[in-house]
Write a protein that binds this ligand. Structure first.
Ligand code: ZN
Length: 507
């Protein structure tokens, strides 16, 4: 007898529907599987047969053929175990095969018949709904990420026996449902650390606020222990919360990587902090079966590169394309994959290898060693960073002072106001944030007082800025004016923007 059921293969971060077809016929007993499968999928036959047996069902020796279609998609991962097992049992006549119509199945089987969680369920359920499936049965471990998709019935199952009984008897699986609109109407429990924990460091905190308001990339320099990482890790907290669409987009990427929290959906913007020994592939994504890298996991959030000069040159160079385009393209024999990678880059560096330059009581680095260390970051990468902030040693008085520091909530309020001004300004254009403005549009979107223009000329000559740095100063000034709710850029906005711009020779 023949039966089929739908499942899905993961291609990059997208899922594609795969039809699992099983035929059981009389003949020489064997179990064969075809359909462009990798080794992991081939192993399914042993797991499936043993899991069925250990669930208490016996299969007469027959000729079983399994085909996963279409044949042009490379199938990988253990998620086909459950659909194969269910289709095999339908073909053996345990229940009518037509019950499997409009049903989607995915899950890994243990030898005892238990169903284990798999990666990428959120995207699979989304694709199943698009393909017209009415319900899906997924591992209990993944049931929340499936249930955030509305408009399709989602059942979670922990054991193969439960799934079979769902079809042959009236003992149905539980429907899992999450009302996502309702969920998003409530503020999430915030797990991010708060800015109020950081004593002093007002210039760096202010730089973080400006960076968040205009989505500018930020570089923080300072001695070890000056709180660079503490500040960077708090930046996602001052960015606006993700809306439903953004949450689903980001959660889908984290689902493929198997990194979704138990809530099934991410509410806060991601903060990724790969170590400087990270390989280029782990940073950008890739591998035999391409998986999203750190830059895609930071999509719509913050990618923090601590000790930027210590990263492999090759890894940093690859960052240039995604920083420009908001996505990364990876070519493999099996096709081209596009991973979203629209993130805010926050980087930090020590002033020299030992970290204490120019404090000569502690730093014994030679001048040329200091320069070499700083020049390890390539010019094109530095060109994509709008704000440079210096973290200074916190004074004793600041350290022991009783709180009084601004909270994340207070800063976020200003960031939100500045971002909503940009939303209105760029409505209908190709821009979203000030950081995205190109030189040609600066004049149109950045009106300034006459004295500001005169001052800009002075700064340009005195600081010997390049054209690119000049444009960055204007963009940052635009954001500072937005934080104050001013449409026209004034002298104090420019002054502060210049403060965060080193002279070009000193970068
Ligand atoms: Zn040093």
């Amino acid at each position: 007898m023949f039966s089929k059921v739908r499942s899905a293969a993961i291609c990059g971060i997208e899922s594609r529907i795969v039809s699992v077809e099983v035929d059981v016929a009389n003949g020489l007993p064997q179990f064969s599987m075809v359909g462009f499968l990798n080794a992991q999928v081939r192993e399914a036959q042993d797991r499936v047969r043993t899991a069925i047996k250990n669930s208490g069902y016996s299969l007469a020796p027959k000729k079983v053929t399994v085909n996963l279609a279409p044949a042009d998609i490379r199938k990988s991962g253990p998620g086909f175990d459950l659909p194969i097992a269910v289709a095999v049992m339908a073909s053996y006549g345990f229940f009518p095969g037509d019950m499997l119509e409009r049903i989607f199945l995915a899950g890994e089987l243990g030898l005892d018949g238990s169903i284990r969680g798999i990666c990428g369920v959120l995207g699979m359920v989304l694709e199943a709904r698009r393909a017209g499936c009415e319900s899906c049965i997924i591992p209990e471990a993944n049931v929340r990420e499936g249930a955030v998709i509305q408009g399709i019935q989602v059942f979670g199952a922990g054991h193969l026996k439960e799934v079979v009984e769902h079809f042959i008897s009236c003992r149905k699986l539980h429907i899992a449902s999450i009302n996502i609109e309702e969920m998003f109407s409530e503020m999430p429990v915030r797990t991010m650390p708060d800015f109020a924990d950081i004593k002093g460091q007002h210039t760096v905190k202010r730089a973080a606020e400006i960076a968040a308001a205009g989505m500018h990339n930020l570089l923080i320099s300072g001695t070890p222990g000056s709180g660079k990482t503490m500040i960077a890790s708090r930046i996602p907290g001052i960015l606006p919360l993700m809306d439903i669409e953004e949450s689903l987009e980001v959660s889908k990427i984290h689902s493929v990587a198997g990194l979704l929290p138990s809530t099934g959906i991410l509410r806060e913007r991601p903060f990724r902090m790969p170590h400087h020994t990270v390989s280029p592939v782990a940073l950008t994504g890739g591998g035999g079966v391409p998986r999203p890298g750190e830059i895609s996991l930071a999509h719509r959030g913050v990618l923090y590169l601590d000790e930027l000069p210590e990263f492999q040159k090759e890894a940093l160079e690859i960052l240039r394309q995604p920083l420009e385009e908001g996505e990364i393209r990876i070519s493999r024999n099996s096709g081209q994959y596009v991973f979203p990678a629209d993130f805010m880059l926050v980087a930090s560096r020590n002033p020299c290898k030992c970290g204490y330059y120019p404090d000569r009581t502690r730093c014994h680095c030679h001048e040329h060693e200091v320069m070499r260390y700083l020049h390890k970051i390539s010019r094109p990468l530095l060109d994509r960073i709008d704000l440079h902030a210096e973290a200074e040693q916190v004074q004793y008085e600041e350290l022991v002072q009783e709180s009084g520091e601004e909270t994340t909530a207070q800063i976020r309020k200003r960031v939100l106001a500045a971002q909503s001004l940009q939303k209105i300004r760029y409505d209908g254009s190709r821009f979203r944030f000030n950081a995205e403005l190109t030189a040609a549009e600066l004049e149109h979107y950045c009106p300034m007082e006459d004295e500001v223009k005169a001052q800009l000329k002075h700064v340009y000559e005195q600081k010997r800025l390049t054209a690119r740095s000049y444009h960055k100063v204007i963009k940052v000034a635009r954001t500072i004016a937005d934080l104050e709710g001013c449409e026209v850029i004034g002298l104090r906005h420019l002054g502060e923007a210049v403060y965060y711009r080193p002279a070009d020779g000193l970068q």
